[in-house]
Design a binder for this molecule. Structure first.
Ligand SMILES: Cc1cc2nc3c(=O)[nH]c(=O)nc-3n(C[C@H](O)[C@H](O)[C@H](O)COP(=O)(O)OP(=O)(O)OC[C@H]3O[C@@H](n4cnc5c(N)ncnc54)[C@H](O)[C@@H]3O)c2cc1C
Length: 529
């Protein structure tokens, strides 16, 4: 751990944060110029909470790729004999761009998207050179269909040991490259010179303030997802009650500091403008659990149903592959009475639930031998209308049966949108379940109570995608100030294609690091003149 002394030195590059975007920026900065710049990372969290939200992730990175020929040279968990049993569809740049625009209603910045998509695979290959141990994501992003691993949803790469592994790999590399990390060091203010260029950062450690001189600052301090007041202000009433899925330290301090210098806020600051998921209602409210991390996620709804406290369905659980719905269904849950919902499966549906999220030790389970009994037990957990619960499930089952009768050859396939639906010529539900509509009839039945877990906020700062420099309202760059990761606005609106956050932090972090190092080098040359 860095001692206070490092806060009394000047630095070539100061990076705020110690999450994936910050660590990637540091690796880029330190390898971009010769001699390497002196790089300091400051994070307000204690070392035990280092790694920001990155630590809590599944380590999933979305990249465009050309199928196995691109992926096999990157990953370390596929043996020769497994290669023939994998179906990995090509995920082209156009596919990634389309997904980005489709799920954001066409609002994602095309300029940012071009860089994100175009460099997505390259940044992953580059990070491999720093020791990131990439895996093909068998457990999260593939189903076994007829003896083959069938990948789906455009999200295929992860890191061994998920976010924990990612942050360890990156932190080790950053330290090996001579960067310094100062924990429990909160950035409180950006310092500027007479030209309005950033020339330092004020930080606070153990109650003492320090002014760090530097020509280049990269802000990777996250969004404001862990700040209930700001959530209520920007996302709307009720959002102060959401559970924080990851670090409790992303409270929007640097967004405010940059805005006070004239930085432009862009992107989705509208009500509910954030990434949020179905999350264990029994999880801690004000921040994640460092052991369980992502395991409170409850994303098994595509093979089941979600009912609110009034026993009504409120989303089409099968409208799209999970990677394109999970980040917006948190908002849908928050909008329900008391901000809760019950996920429901029968015996057949339960076999598709992933152990990581649904094993007995990780989530309180409500089990019953009949739907009536399940309704009574859910009633004790906050469901107010048990008879409606039975009616909702019965109506759903009737609609599934009618569809089956009309399509006797239709077969469940969770790796594609299989068209197994509740809508037939004989019967339609008011709210369809469009795919994977299997009957809920076989005991034992299972329900799990969920609430909303907020992941990160979508609105952020405007940047020049070329160098990740922060922009003012008039489009000019604030000299010496860059940002990456969650702080960047304009990419995500209303929804999000799973695995894009880490990739965005990688792409723009790499660009920010390079530009910051080059600026530091130039400013040294100028000093010598
Ligand atoms: C449970 C969970 C699962 C996720 N899974 C995935 C996934 O699999 N794939 C994916 O792409 N995305 C995932 N995400 C989203 C992903 O975590 C983010 O997109 C990404 O990690 C953001 O990186 P970042 O570096 O911008 O922020 P962070 O990693 O959150 O880092 C921000 C850091 O800044 C520090 N900080 C804040 N304010 C200050 C200050 N004033 N001074 C100093 N330091 C400060 C914080 O302490 C923190 O360490 C997940 C998020 C969560 C919570």
């Amino acid at each position: 751990m860095a001692n206070a002394n490092v806060l009394e030195q000047s630095w070539d590059v100061v990076i705020i944060g110690s999450g994936a975007a910050a660590l990637t920026s540091a690796l880029s900065a330190v390898t971009s110029t010769t001699p390497a710049p002196k790089v300091l990372l400051v994070d307000k969290a204690p070392e035990a909470w280092a790694g920001g939200n990155g630590y809590f992730t599944a380590g999933a990175y979305r990249t465009q790729h050309n199928g196995l020929e691109d992926i096999l040279p990157i990953v370390s968990n596929v043996t020769k004999d497994m290669e023939d049993k994998i179906d990995l569809p090509v995920y082209s740049s156009a596919d990634f761009q389309d997904d980005l625009q489709r799920v954001t209603g066409g609002r994602s910045s095309k300029a940012l998207g071009k860089y994100l998509v175009g460099e997505s695979l390259d940044v992953v290959r580059w990070l491999k050179g720093f020791g990131v141990d990439w895996w093909l994501s068998f457990r999260r992003q593939a189903y076994q269909v007829d003896g083959r691993w069938v990948f789906w949803g455009g999200l295929h790469l992860t890191v061994k040991d998920g976010g924990k592994g990612l942050i360890k790999n990156l932190t080790d590399a950053v330290k090996q490259h001579g960067c310094t990390i100062s924990h429990e060091t909160a950035a409180t203010k950006l310092l500027t010179n007479s030209r309005g260029a950033v020339c330092g950062v004020e930080v606070e450690k153990a109650g003492k303030k320090y002014q760090l001189e530097t020509p280049s600052v990269i802000m990777c301090a996250g969004g404001f997802e862990a700040n209930p007041e700001l959530r209520k202000k920007y996302l709307g009433p009720g959002w102060e009650l959401a559970h924080t899925r990851g670090t409790p330290y992303n409270t929007g301090d640097m967004l405010a500091a940059a805005v006070s210098l004239g930085a432009k806020m862009v992107g989705d600051f509208s009500p509910g403008g954030c990434h949020s998921t179905a999350w264990d209602a029994a999880s801690p409210k004000d921040g994640g659990d460092r052991e369980k991390t992502n395991e409170f996620t409850k994303s098994g709804y595509p093979l089941g149903l979600m009912l609110n406290a009034q026993s009504k369905r409120f989303v089409d659980e099968g409208i799209d592959l999970r990677n394109y719905t999970y980040a917006k269904f948190g908002r849908a849950i928050l909008e329900q009475p008391n901000g809760i919902a019950f996920q429901v499966w029968d015996k057949d549906g339960q076999q598709w639930l992933r152990d990581e999220e649904y094993r007995d030790e990780i989530v309180p389970k409500i089990k019953a031998d009949s739907i009536e009994e399940l309704a009574r037990k859910c009633n004790a957990e906050g469901l107010v209308n048990p008879s409606q619960f039975v009616q909702t499930v019965n109506e759903y089952n009737a609609a599934v049966a009618a569809h089956r009768e009309e399509h006797p050859d239709a077969k469940l396939n969770p790796a594609i949108k299989d068209g197994l639906s509740t809508q037939s010529s004989k019967m339609q539900l008011e709210l369809a379940k469009s795919n994977w509509a299997i009957p809920i009839v076989k005991p034992p039945f299972l329900a799990v109570k969920v609430t909303t877990g907020i992941t990160f906020t979508f609105g952020g700062l405007a940047i020049n995608p070329e160098n990740a420099a922060v922009l003012r309202e008039d489009g000019s760059e604030i000299e010496g100030l860059h940002c990456a990761g969650e702080m960047v606005g304009g990419l995500f609106y209303g929804n999000y294609p799973g695995g894009s956050g880490l990739t965005a932090g990688g792409v723009f972090g790499r660009r920010a690091g390079r530009a910051a190092a080059e600026r530091a080098q130039t400013s040294k040359r100028m000093e010598k003149l």
